[in-house]
Write a protein that binds this ligand. Sequence first.
Ligand SMILES: N[C@@H](CCC(=O)N[C@@H](CS)C(=O)NCC(=O)O)C(=O)O
Length: 215
Amino acid sequence: MATTPFEVCVKASYTVPNKLGDCPFTQRVLLTLEEKHLPYDMKFIDLKDKPEWFLKISPEGKVPLIKFDEEWVADSDVITQSLEEKFPVPPLVTPPEKASVGSKIFSSFIGFLKSKDPADGTEQALLSELSAFNDYLKENGPFINGKEVSAADLALGPKLYHLEIALGHYKKWSVPDSLPEVKSYMKTIFSKDSFINTRALTEDVVEGWRSKVEG
Ligand SMILES: N[C@@H](CCC(=O)N[C@@H](CS)C(=O)NCC(=O)O)C(=O)O
């Protein structure tokens, strides 16, 4: 068990100084640290005005970044896999055959969010991904790997949180009652302590998607 907190560069809030912002990839890393009971210190990065020191350690200028053995490591895929290798207990491994469950939901959400034409099929595309996920959860749930939360849930949960807030705000849309397994999955993930400790403010999620919707 590491006792020195991990340093993590995270997106800063747009609305409140020194507060965690609205990056689902950052939240995925923080959720992994929380679920593994590993301490961390957040360094808040203003992505609209990136400090020089951050650009030096982040070649792509992206968050999240974590410091492992004096070296900064980028990308939530790489970081969460390393955390699993370094700290295998409690295990969060999702079996490879289940790892991509729900993985098209985020891109179809963005397609629908950006769409200006209600008849272009983007809402239907999202509904079809959510419906497939609903069927999967009914058979295999409550989590992607069954009884216990695993890495795939920690990647998907923050994306569903963005979906709920952004579509609610910009499209007055919510997951339909005909998909009860998805609704209860979201409720369960969103109410975990690890999620509450690492979630973005609603205002930041709304602000974060504004340029995609209005741009
Ligand atoms: N593949 C990366 C994606 C990370 C990413 O796209 N982060 C966004 C914030 S959510 C970012 O830092 N964007 C740079 C910018 O906005 O300038 C990961 O999984 O960590």
